[in-house]
Design a protein around this ligand. Sequence first.
Ligand code: PGA
Length: 254
Amino acid sequence: MAKKSRPCVICANWKMNKTIQEAAEYVEKVLPEVQKTKSTAMIAVPFTAIRPCADLVKDSKLHIGAQNMNDATDGAFTGEIAGRMIKEAGAEFVILGHSERRNIFKETNALINRKIKRALDCKLNVILCIGETKAEHENNQVEHVLKSQLTECLQDVPAELLVSTLILAYEPVWAIGTGLSATPEIAKRAEEICRLVITDLYDSDFQNQLPIIYGGSVNVENASMYLEIDGIDGLLIGNSALDPVSFAKIIALS
Ligand code: PGA
């Protein structure tokens, strides 16, 4: 693989999959491969699996995180979970703005912005997901969508708080769970747009250190193609990463 200026990040997003027992079996299977890699390996697990997985990865190079959190510290929000709760349970990071949260649970950029601020308050690292829908893609609105998502999600969040805590995941919605992965050209163009917007919002120093990863129907066969792209610093993987053997193989490719 071509030499990169930033460390490579490989993150699994389990979504609503795996019981505590299944999670533990998975983590034990991938740990040997994770220990060998120079990349940063992460798994976003269901809330119930955070504590058991965090205990299992103690003193290893595998990082455990959550897939969502509420923007409040506590209160009357039946069924919700606070950042400080997932932090206490052992999460090191949280995925925010995933398209399934945006589309199914109607999360707005404004809400995601509040969640990012709360997550940083709780000393959680953030993987911020952005990406256009199929219709937006077909109507040439990629630049506009990425710009407004980034601007609104990061509003009033100073660079000092985001250095080494933020990872940006470009996930075209039409590629998530569909088997329709983006071409390297599409991923590269989105990465370039993101870097321009981030330079505009902050500065080029901050942009230079910001990891930008790709997600959307990544698998063992196509992972290397994305990892080769200059400026793309890793992968966010759903379906293919449910199998520990596939996840370990992708880590080995990185
Ligand atoms: P997928 O999911 O790899 O199944 O497309 C990616 C994601 O939702 O982060």
